[in-house]
Design a protein around this ligand. Structure first.
Ligand code: FAD
Length: 473
């Protein structure tokens, strides 16, 4: 841990070299970036460094390494696991990449975006060229390319295009000693040993600072169809997906939510309306798309597939959005679930995956097991059924909110993670480990995985100065 005088001397040196725009010490300007999105962790940092070029990042990392001062990289600060919040003791400095927000190069099939480019801005730039970056999530207006890459984020299009890992063609990053790894030029074949770019994807800022990423683009969507579907249970939802996937590759998103999640959104998010008349125990949002050269019209395709599923008794009711406005309204419901859940009271939240075919049974059995073990709680999962990944929330008993979270939630979390582990699943499907799941990772992961993670961390960051206290020590 750095001492205060080393830190202050470092801040002074950096301020003399880079100026006040790059080295922010005004406490009021730093304050909003010291708390995580969920408001669970609050850190301290005497300075927030905001470099605007890779050379500046390299110089900062080199100086910090010499002074033994830790750095916490931060993009949009939308981490769900406290990954970008500095330690409470003020021993680290914040390194914001938000000023590195240029798109250096963009073509029909790839874009080189700096770490601070906001996802929605990349979507727009790609769209202007008739292309698209096929990854999206609820935080797209704030989250950055660097944060998405460091978290190996997923979202609602993983079904067809995979997570960030499958969209990253190459990475430029400053390593812990200040040296620059330039992997931006995409090589289809490169067998010079370990995959350094691959290690940086999902490294949560613990191995180096990502400064730019070469990303795969795909053709823009010519037309999309978005349907809202009512089903009886998650198994019917998965049968619907499997049936659709047998017929077409046009299905890009397939999101499940229980009736109670829908009700929370309708209650807390202004302007939202139920897409279907009547109540259904479970709901599915499906999106099918056509690219410019695809022949099929996605709405006709969806209509046919849904009619068949209704006839087979898998689907209770369905509606296809009549226009873009309605399609957006359906998506707004899905994208607002996290916000509505946050507004509706304390809950123990899990971001878990199990093999896709096991997920419908898991969702029902795990909810029943948790509600039985923790009387008065209410448990359910929503999200990316087709990826075998749901966000599984255990809501505190109504009259015991904060007290339950303090005293009983840790045991409920362990129970959920034990059930996941018994299914051969993962306790972090897409949000990462951050500070939230460090202990649970140690408790549930096989020894071989933990040893390998530690060895990699030690090899690339021997002094532990890259995002200390996150992922693995
Ligand atoms: P930050 O929160 O700033 O940082 C995330 C992690 O990356 C931290 O460990 C940080 O230290 C590190 N980091 C940031 N920038 C760099 C860099 N340049 N170099 C090295 N390390 C860096 N996630 C999903 O996967 N799927 C979802 O569907 C999803 N939905 C969300 C919905 C909402 C409403 C919100 C608020 C969040 C959601 N998230 C989701 C989580 C979050 O948006 C993603 O993890 C996102 O990738 C974080 O990007 P960021 O720029 O905000 O990164």
């Amino acid at each position: 841990m750095s001492n205060a005088s080393d830190r202050r001397a470092l801040i002074e040196r950096l301020r003399t070299r880079f100026g006040e725009r790059t080295v922010v010490t005004d406490a009021a300007a730093i304050e909003p970036w010291l708390t995580d999105w969920r408001g669970r962790w609050h850190g301290a940092a005497e300075a927030m460094l905001q470099p605007s070029t890779t050379d500046e990042v390299a110089a900062i990392v080199r100086s910090a390494a010499q002074a033994g001062v830790a750095l916490v990289p931060q993009g949009g600060n939308t981490s769900m696991v406290g990954g970008a919040t500095p330690p409470e003791d003020g021993s680290a400095l914040l390194l914001s990449l938000r000023r590195m927000n240029r798109i250096r190069e963009i073509d029909d099939d790839h874009a080189v975006a700096e770490a601070g480019v906001i996802l929605a801005d990349l979507h727009q730039s790609a769209g202007e060229r008739g292309a698209r970056f096929p990854l999206t999530l609820g935080s797209r207006g704030s989250c950055t390319i660097g944060g998405l890459t460091a978290a190996n984020a997923g979202g609602t299009q993983v079904l067809r295009f995979g997570t960030m890992r499958s969209l990253v063609l190459g990475i430029e990053a400053v390593l812990a000693d200040g040296s620059v790894h330039n992997g931006l030029r995409p090589l289809k074949k490169d067998n010079r040993g370990y995959d350094l770019d691959g290690l940086l994807v999902g490294s949560e800022g613990t191995l180096g600072i990502i400064t730019a990423v070469n990303l795969r683009l795909v053709p823009a969507v010519r037309e999309r169809a978005v349907a809202w579907v009512g089903v009886d249970d998650p198994q019917d939802a998965l049968d619907l997906l499997r049936g659709m996937q047998r017929e077409t590759t046009a299905v890009e998103a397939f999101e499940i939510l229980p009736e109670d999640s829908l009700q929370r959104v309708l209650h807390h998010i202004p302007g939202t309306r139920p897409p279907l008349p009547g109540n259904h125990r479970w709901h599915v949002l499906v999106e099918a798309v056509a690219a410019p050269r695809d022949a099929a019209a996605p709405d006709l395709l969806l209509q046919q597939l849904l009619e068949r599923a209704i006839a087979a008794g898998i689907v209770r009711d369905a509606v296809i959005a009549a226009n873009e406005r309605q399609a957006e309204a359906f998506w707004r419901i899905r994208d607002s679930i996290s916000e509505a859940e946050r507004a509706s009271g304390p809950a123990a939240q899990h971001d878990i995956s199990v093999p896709v075919d096991a997920m419908p049974r898991f969702m029902i059995e795990a909810a029943a097991a948790v509600e039985q073990a923790f009387q008065g709680t209410q448990a359910s999962g929503f999200g990316h059924l087709g990826d075998g990944n749901v966000h599984f929330h255990v809501r505190a008993p109504q009259d015991r909110g904060a007290e339950w979270i303090r005293n009983e939630a840790p045991a409920a979390i362990r129970l959920v993670h034990d059930l996941v582990t018994a299914e051969g699943g993962s306790i972090s499907a897409e949000h990462g480990i951050g500070q939230m799941k460090k202990e649970e990772l140690l408790r549930t992961a096989p020894a071989a995985r933990i040893q390998a993670l530690r060895a990699i961390k030690h090899a690339l960051d021997p002094c532990g100065l890259m995002n200390p206290g996150k992922l693995i020590d």
